[in-house]
Design a protein around this ligand. Sequence first.
Ligand SMILES: Cc1cc2nc3c(=O)[nH]c(=O)nc-3n(C[C@H](O)[C@H](O)[C@H](O)COP(=O)(O)OP(=O)(O)OC[C@H]3O[C@@H](n4cnc5c(N)ncnc54)[C@H](O)[C@@H]3O)c2cc1C
Length: 403
Amino acid sequence: MSSNVVVIGGGAAGLAAALKASEEKCDVTLIERDSDVGGVLNQCIHNGFGLDYFKKNLTGPEFKEKLKEKVLSKSNIKIKSGAFVHSVEKDKNIVFIDRNGVNNLKCDSLVITTGAKERPFTSLGISGKRLSGIYSAGLAQKFINMMNLRPGNSALIVGSGDIGLIMARRLTLEGVKVEGVIEIMPYPGGLQRNIKLCLEDFSIPLYLSRAVKYVDGDRRVNKIITTKVDDKFNHIGGDDITFNVDTLVSSVGLVPNVKPFEFLEHSAGFSTTNKNRTSENWIFSAGNSTVVFDLVDYVAQEGEKAGYMAALQAKNDLSPAGKIKLLPGKNIGILYPSYIEKDYESKIYLRARQPMEKGVLLIPELGIEKEFEDIKPSEMIKIKVPAFDKNTDRIEVNLNELK
Ligand SMILES: Cc1cc2nc3c(=O)[nH]c(=O)nc-3n(C[C@H](O)[C@H](O)[C@H](O)COP(=O)(O)OP(=O)(O)OC[C@H]3O[C@@H](n4cnc5c(N)ncnc54)[C@H](O)[C@@H]3O)c2cc1C
């Protein structure tokens, strides 16, 4: 078996990549481990997807169906679902397992769009018993939205990122009494619109600078003791709040899924250039397997670019240019991509380390200086940089607060 371009993972990034590569007249095989494509979109039944990409306010499943419809209309895309990629060999052989057993698929170029996985609650090292009633937010969401199961009667949400906020609302709508959302940082982790729509509209309290101290219960959670933290996250005694709930929903972040492709350069996610190229010239990556994006629109746009580049690579139309390291400087939390190939335009995405009323983004090597207002770590800042021919071996990005 062989295909010009293989795409691993059929979420928003993978569907967009397959589509774009097929438009470049390549034979494409899309491999997805689940029974259907769509990835995390399938369980996100709330709206807020596609405002930029489709210019419509869609739910996750609607966004997926619109992309999938386009993919299905292409005769040069084959979808293999229920197929798990076990390994990628350096001679461009993809090994995947499906109901027929172990299969080999040769390709000219590859796009990896394997998304992100949830950071488990156990990674927080919180003391307490091994009790039932502790769920990751994604699992609780899957139970409610896809399996029609209610995970408990009363809940505390740990983590105020968008997923935690959306789950607070969803659980409330399903009749679960959500007693609050706690957040270890002194500011909320999610988008402002979600604070309003998911917490304020349902009178769900948000507790900032607060962490779980102990989880108690008898086989099932019945008590969660929380405490105030200082700016170094040390527990401060004397201000404990106990929540008498039977469910803890942990929403403490996503981590790009780089397994089983760790032979590629990665930090949290795959390190890619602005052409979505990884440390192997013939392998590209996009979406949450590179960095956790806040909006699916960015994921799909990056997926399209990765598919386009992979198609050029498959046709031997993409010559590797020198890579310039993009370095996070002052106040920069997350920065994407990791490298710039200077003969092509870039979209640089970043997250600030802390909220700022006003800040100036400085990229001295490229002469960029741009002011932003109301900066929040939860909302990515995006800037376009045209191709350039200046000689430099590093580009540093800084965000200075303006008082
Ligand atoms: C709860 C939640 C709410 C969100 N709300 C919004 C919102 O309101 N608006 C918005 O714009 N965005 C929202 N997002 C963000 C957006 O949904 C995601 O950024 C986007 O869908 C991620 O797409 P992806 O293709 O990178 O990853 P995924 O959707 O995770 O897709 C990865 C795919 O790869 C497959 N895969 C992984 N490993 C293998 C393997 N070895 N072999 C085969 N297949 C494999 C997986 O099964 C999966 O289908 C939300 C995300 C979450 C989790």
